[in-house]
Write a protein that binds this ligand. Structure first.
Ligand SMILES: Cc1cc2nc3c(=O)[nH]c(=O)nc-3n(C[C@H](O)[C@H](O)[C@H](O)COP(=O)(O)OP(=O)(O)OC[C@H]3O[C@@H](n4cnc5c(N)ncnc54)[C@H](O)[C@@H]3O)c2cc1C
Length: 471
């Protein structure tokens, strides 16, 4: 039996960060990992997906600048892209991350963890060895999420890809059908079209429909230009393999045939096999937490990252981890808790200030509320739209720059509460909007934040001109 101040279950990016904060606060800390240290983001999600997207995006960017495009005489080398993806994901070897844990003073226990009671865990290693662990102060669940497979007749039997297979594929299929029009579906459609697959994207509603409506319209148009067939408003009713090919029957009577099928319709929490029933929590549920990441009803159990379903993004999970790690230390030491709205021990930005980049082509970068969400929340708002191709920076950036940007102003408070950019390389514009929104910078003051000429960031000036100068 080993005893630690803090035990973290799951060594994804989020678990690593909470453990690091706990150690920095003087707590003895163990982290338990069943697969690879680094988790989904490093090996099966963010990093490999962005690696699969980048080469074709770089090529298309060069093709859109006269003088550079003449130098582009070939297409994407898919084999080289896959090799680069493998380099970026360290061939799924977690040795460097294990060294980092070691250097940070965090003990790694390899194996599958389950709770056996309050603050007590059992870890079963791959060789069957069992280790019992006890936490003096806190147990943190950071077990992430897995791809959701919907209950469609025949779907499991055809062994579809999930995001894991899509991001680790050894070969590019000649044809790929993708179910789901969210971020993963849109990014993988872009990636595989860029790698040479014939992609069919099957979307129940509209593409990227949680975002501003112009986002889905612009991304759909560019995917179609890349050769992706988008079937919007369609549902898969049944699936089967005919020979090597997968066959999908749709609600509109259409039949889609493809070499592989990728299911990207959502995520499910990895809480089914954690022994949660032993402490009165329903296994398989998302874990409901307060802003300090404490699971409601407990004073020792925390949940951070995807598993609490607040914002399924690595950077938000790491933000939660910093808050949780620090609050665990403070509570253990009887120090004051800073749980006021923007205090050090809370992750309040999860509610309305979540930044997200979707690495389609064009990129999408958004933070805060959309127009629809702001109206639904009863805010009195003004919407500022601007065609990004009209700023001087766009004309030097590329020859056919297309982009759009929307800001949402809260008229009662005179501040921005939402921003969305669509266009080439807009990801790097996002943090300016995040700072303006989180900092609640008054619109009047933004007039004094002068964007550089000639950059696409001059959209900030155009928004202000559209809004009007203070009298
Ligand atoms: C295709 C794809 C692309 C994405 N791209 C981005 C992106 O560009 N940017 C972004 O911010 N987010 C992106 N995300 C989301 C991001 O991957 C997740 O938000 C992030 O990985 C969540 O981190 P986590 O630490 O909560 O969980 P995970 O990274 O899933 O880590 C959980 C860890 O817990 C371990 N574990 C689970 N159960 C147990 C157990 N019982 N015992 C021991 N260990 C256990 C797992 O093995 C795993 O290592 C993407 C997701 C997908 C699917």
């Amino acid at each position: 039996m080993s005893e630690y101040d803090v035990i973290v279950i799951g060594a994804g990016a989020v678990g690593e960060n909470v453990a690091d904060r706990a150690v920095q606060g003087g707590m003895t800390t163990a982290i338990v990992e069943a697969e690879l240290v680094g988790g989904e983001c490093s090996y099966w999600a963010c990093m490999p997906s962005k690696a699969l997207l980048r080469s074709a995006a770089a090529l298309r960017a060069a093709q859109d600048v006269d003088g550079a495009k003449q130098a582009v005489t070939g297409g994407v080398d898919a084999a080289a892209v896959l090799r680069r993806r493998d380099r970026i994901t360290n061939d799924r070897d977690d040795a460097s991350q294990v060294r980092w844990l070691d250097g940070a003073g965090i003990d790694l226990v390899r194996g599958h963890a389950e709770l056996t009671g309050a603050k007590r865990l059992r870890v079963t290693a791959p060789d069957g060895t069992v280790t019992e662990l006890t936490a003096r102060h806190a147990v943190v669940i950071a077990t992430g999420s897995a791809a959701l497979l919907p209950d469609i007749p025949g779907l499991r039997e055809i062994e579809p890809w999930t995001s894991r297979e899509a991001t680790t594929a050894k070969q590019v299929p000649a044809s790929l059908a993708i179910l789901g029009g969210g971020v993963v579906g849109a990014e993988m459609a872009t990636a595989y079209a860029g790698l040479g697959s014939r992609v069919t994207l099957i979307v129940r509603g509209a593409l990227l429909q949680q975002m501003e409506p112009f986002v889905g319209e612009m991304v759909s148009a560019s995917l179609e230009e890349l050769g992706v067939r988008i079937l919007a408003g369609a549902e898969v009713r049944g699936a089967r393999r005919v020979g090597e090919a997968a066959q999908l029957d749709l609600s509109n009577g259409e039949r889609v045939v493809a070499d592989e099928v990728l299911v990207a319709v959502g995520r499910t929490p990895r809480t089914g096999d954690l022994g949660l029933d032993r402490i009165g929590i329903e296994p398989g549920a998302w874990l409901d937490v307060d802003d300090t990441m404490l699971v409601r009803g407990f004073d020792w159990l925390y949940a951070v990252g995807d598993v609490n379903h607040r914002a399924l993004l690595t950077h938000q999970g790491k933000y939660q981890a910093r808050a949780a790690g620090d609050v665990i230390v403070a509570r253990a030491k009887g120090a004051p808790i800073h749980d006021e709205p923007w205090g050090a021990h809370v992750a309040t930005a999860d509610h309305e200030h979540v930044p997200q980049v979707t690495f389609t082509d064009p990129e999408v970068a958004s933070v805060g509320l959309t127009e629809a969400a702001a109206r639904a929340a009863g805010r009195r708002i003004r919407v500022l739209d601007y065609d990004l191709s009209s700023v001087a920076g766009a004309s030097t950036h590329s020859d056919h720059y297309e982009g759009s940007a929307r800001a949402i102003v809260d008229e009662d408070r005179g501040i921005l509460i939402g921003a969305t950019f669509v266009g080439p390389d807009v990801a790097e514009l996002l943090h300016s909007a995040t700072i303006a929104i989180v900092g609640e910078v008054p619109i009047d003051r933004l007039w004094h934040a002068v964007p550089s000429y000639p950059t696409v960031s001059e959209v900030w000036l155009r928004w202000l001109e559209a809004y009007g100068r203070p009298a």
